[in-house]
Write a protein that binds this ligand. Structure first.
Ligand SMILES: [Zn+2]
Length: 193
């Protein structure tokens, strides 16, 4: 069990917002290969997509999934390198890193508080009609060594979709439909990062 104690001391506990919406428990399996994520020996990413209904004051999870690092890398490899490079470039140029760092410094032990604004546009979550969140995990710990948890609002998602080639959009649609049963009309609310 060497390393087990170390792992329990790194990262952060899984914030409530990243638990399974239906069960309130941690997500347990890779949506694609069914890998046991809580074994703690493989990184994984959780993504959730939300739609808000301001007139009703409610927020609904459109879909959510966890995907292990192996399947995640495979998925990225299958998408066009040019579109992926464009996406990386967009995020590099547009992410408000200073604001993100300020949110982290204000609440160093509360990663959920870092998700209060779109990391690209700076729009407060209350002003977004749709948004997606994502973060990286190892076992039952939120990890920040590759990327901090992120929130991207609908305006930025639209911009990011607009810089993808039609071929990549079709690939993303097929990938999400084949693997997660997510239809193209919902996929447009999500960008595979
Ligand atoms: Zn997997």
């Amino acid at each position: 069990m060497e390393g087990f104690d170390d792992k329990s001391n790194i990262g952060y506990p899984i914030p409530g917002i990243f638990l399974n919406t239906d069960t309130g428990a941690p997500m347990t399996n890779c949506i694609q290969c069914d890998y046991d994520l809580l074994k703690g020996d493989r990184y994984y990413v959780i993504e959730k997509v939300y739609k808000t209904y301001p007139e009703m004051g409610t927020t609904e999870v459109l879909f959510e999934y966890a995907i292990c690092s192996h399947c995640y890398e495979k998925m990225k490899d299958e998408l066009s390198a040019e579109s992926m490079a464009n996406l990386s470039q967009y995020m590099l140029e547009n992410t408000d890193v200073e604001a993100m760092q300020a949110r982290i410094e204000e609440n160093p032990n509360n990663p959920e508080a870092w998700l209060s604004h779109c990391m690209i546009k700076g729009t407060p979550i209350q002003g977004l009609s749709e948004y997606q969140i994502g973060a990286c995990f190892l076992g039952d710990r939120l990890m920040t060594d590759f990327m901090p948890p992120f929130l991207i609002g609908n305006m930025a998602i639209e911009e990011m979709n607009s810089i993808l080639s039609q071929k990549t959009k079709d690939q993303m649609d097929d990938f999400m439909n084949d693997n997660f049963g997510i239809p193209p009309e919902l996929r447009k609310d999500l960008i595979l990062i």
